[in-house]
Design a protein around this ligand. Structure first.
Ligand code: ATP
Ligand code: MG
Length: 254
């Protein structure tokens, strides 16, 4: 078995009376593509907001690379190698595609003020080449000088992943990366994620697209009302009556 990169123990987050994440245990191995699924409101985004430091846990622990990181802030976690994308696209729409990726290398938290301070003209050719290579990998090389705002929705989603990768993370967390992609794009994304994992990257994938989850992930955990209700291989999860019940009960057809 691969060594564990991320270990979560009894992690809990409350919003008023709602326990959005309820005593969740999770272990993600190095180089694994780990799927996180569950009906709307199950607590998926909250869980990754805890992992990336955007929310402070009310209880439990997060260990990353063997160190307790439970109380660290987003930029400290980014420095240690945790990168993420957001459920709603957060690109710098007025900057070019290439500049967005360059920013991913320099600025590891979103800030328009910081963005305006990065001297793009002074960026060295090594940085530019590395950023272009990432764009090529995502099929965006030809659009490097276009404004991010000009990209199609699917391309913007891919650019978000490219930007997150530009920080050379150990763990990449994707919150519904295929939302708005067509079937072909989503299948291509699945292949890309597997390739990245073969290269040693660890990925947590939140996704409603069952085909993407089942195609890309070696292991899948299911959340419902903040609790982990199942975990296992994709086939096992698809056949699990508890999981089926959770989706049917919520009226969700995923
Ligand atoms: N910032 C917040 N303030 C208050 N309640 C919140 C906040 N963020 C999430 N919640 C609540 O926590 C619960 C879990 O929400 P979360 O966004 O984590 O679900 P999700 O599984 O990501 O759902 P979806 O599939 O719709 O994205 C929901 O009841 C939600 O209303
Ligand atoms: Mg969500």
């Amino acid at each position: 078995m691969s060594p564990e990169l991320l270990q979560i123990g009894a992690l809990t987050k409350r919003f008023g009376g709602v326990v959005a994440v309820n005593a969740v245990d999770l272990s993600v191995g190095e180089g694994q593509v780990f799927g996180l699924i569950g009906p709307n409101g199950a607590g998926k985004t909250t869980l990754i907001n805890l992992i990336s430091g955007h929310f402070r846990a009310d209880g439990g622990t997060i260990r990353f690379g063997g160190t307790d990181v439970t109380r660290l802030r987003p930029h400290e976690l980014a420095k240690r190698g945790i990168a993420r994308t957001f459920q709603s696209i957060r690109l710098f729409k007025g900057l070019t595609v290439l500049e967005n990726v360059l920013l991913g290398r320099y600025v590891r938290s979103r800030s328009d003020v910081l963005a305006s301070l990065v001297p793009f003209r002074a960026v060295g050719s090594i940085e530019r080449d590395a950023s272009r290579a990432i764009l090529d990998r995502f099929g965006l090389g030809a659009r490097a000088d276009a404004l991010a705002a000009e990209l199609s929705y699917g391309d913007q989603r891919r650019l978000e992943i490219a930007r997150a990768l530009a920080s050379e993370p150990r763990l990449l967390i994707l919150d519904e990366p295929a939302a708005g992609m067509n079937a072909t794009e989503s299948v291509a994304l699945s292949g890309m994620l597997r390739e990245l994992a073969v290269g040693g990257l660890t990925i947590i994938l939140i996704e409603h697209d069952v085909r993407l989850v089942m195609g890309a992930c070696e292991r899948v955990a299911v959340l419902n009302f903040g609790r982990k209700i199942a975990e296992g291989g994709p086939a096992e999860i698809q056949a699990d009556p508890v999981v089926r019940e959770a989706y049917l009960g919520s009226g969700d057809d995923a």
